[in-house]
Ligand binder design. Structure first.
Ligand SMILES: NC(=O)c1ccc[n+]([C@@H]2O[C@H](COP(=O)([O-])OP(=O)(O)OC[C@H]3O[C@@H](n4cnc5c(N)ncnc54)[C@H](OP(=O)(O)O)[C@@H]3O)[C@@H](O)[C@H]2O)c1
Length: 329
């Protein structure tokens, strides 16, 4: 099996490589792509060294990769995903380019694995802040039904890539932000991505629309406020749910304790970004009833946005497709 990684030098690309290494996927050959600037960078994968090549149509034509994992932004995905597919690859895309396309599955393997079928050539990886919430909301939806979701996020600078990390580091020395819309050092920015006409940011719309698509609940009432915070890595979220029927909070706790890919924190203990850093699972705590509204509750949810929010999820999708393809042989 041959795998191309587009955006191999980025924060997500490097984690995709380390996840493939960690789980020991059986891959014969890697093709690593980034910009001209990174050409010649050597990255070790599975005990071999690979040189990063600049991405170009000539480099893709005739490549014959079985899979291409994209994490180089939506413009690159739009320009190159179909070319990889034409050359025989199945594409797993981390960007927002195709997520809401009707014929493109948007997949969190613990939640909607049935959306991946062997014939799909393009699968989208959801937005990082959406993925982590899905692992908690899906089992609650299955057990009680969810009527409404209110998201408030506290998102790390690594969510904006290498540029976000540089902005937080430089901010300490008074150097203005280049990637983020305002200075992030010692501040919080209630803007992630650009604004839509309705006053929401695109990140907020991603959480609303992607949640509905992944859960197959186009009718679900959802609102979101997404905030960038001066944390290097891991997104935290406050999630408020209104359920369809009355519940005992102990039963919701039992559902979360049993949820796949989730670590549940009992009582007064709770996770922070530092607890989730470097881990491929989602951490949930602070579960409590919302006494201001019927059938409602709050919880706190933390995950490594570069791992479960991006690379781990993408590699899990890769494993799922391989399994599906092998089962149809
Ligand atoms: N960071 C997260 O938490 C996260 C989570 C989910 C999804 N994503 C998505 O993943 C993608 C990458 O994010 P990131 O955080 O890894 O960003 P990043 O650290 O800025 O890395 C971007 C990568 O894309 C490459 N690249 C940029 N323009 C390119 C071009 N024209 N041709 C070829 N390669 C190009 C860069 O190469 P050079 O190093 O040569 O510049 C680098 O390897 C984005 O679509 C983002 O929305 C990110």
């Amino acid at each position: 099996m041959k795998v191309a990684i587009v955006g191999a030098t980025g924060l997500v690309g490097r984690k995709i490589i380390s996840e493939i290494d960690r789980i020991g996927l059986d891959i014969d050959e890697f093709y690593l792509f980034a910009t001209e600037k990174s050409s010649g960078t050597v990255i070790p994968v599975n005990g071999k060294s690979y040189e990063v090549k600049p991405l170009s149509p000539a480099a893709v034509n005739g490549l014959k990769a079985d899979f291409a994992l994209f994490s180089a932004g939506k413009d690159v995905s739009r320009a190159y995903a179909k070319l990889f597919i034409k050359n025989g690859a199945t594409v797993i895309d981390n960007s927002a380019a195709f997520r809401m396309d009707g014929d493109v599955p948007l997949v969190v393997p613990e939640v909607n694995p049935e959306d991946v079928t062997a014939c799909r050539k393009l699968i989208a990886n959801p937005n990082c802040s959406t993925i982590q919430a899905m692992l908690a909301i899906k089992p609650i939806e299955d057990a009680f039904g969810v009527e409404r979701v209110v998201y408030v996020t506290f998102q790390a600078v690594s969510g904006a890539g290498n540029g976000g990390i540089e902005d937080l580091k430089n901010g300490f020395f008074g150097i203005p932000s280049k990637k983020l819309p305002k200075n992030i050092y010692s501040d919080c920015i209630p803007q992630i991505d650009s604004f839509s006409d309705e006053g929401y940011t695109l990140e907020e719309w991603k959480m609303i629309n992607e949640t509905r698509k992944i859960l197959h609940r186009p009718d679900m009432k959802i609102t979101a406020t997404c905030v960038r915070v001066p944390v290097f890595n891991c997104h935290s979220e406050s999630v408020n749910l209104k359920l369809k029927k009355p519940f005992d909070i102990k039963d919701v706790a039992a559902v979360l304790k049993a949820a796949k890919g989730v670590k549940y924190y009992e009582g007064d203990s709770y996770p922070t970004a530092a607890d989730a850093d470097g881990q491929a699972i989602v951490h949930i705590g602070r579960l409590r009833k919302d006494f201001s509204e019927e059938n409602s509750l709050n919880f706190w949810c933390v995950a490594d946005n570069l791992l479960k929010g991006a690379a781990t999820n993408a590699v899990q999708i890769l494993e799922l497709i391989i399994k599906r393809q092998n089962s149809t042989k």
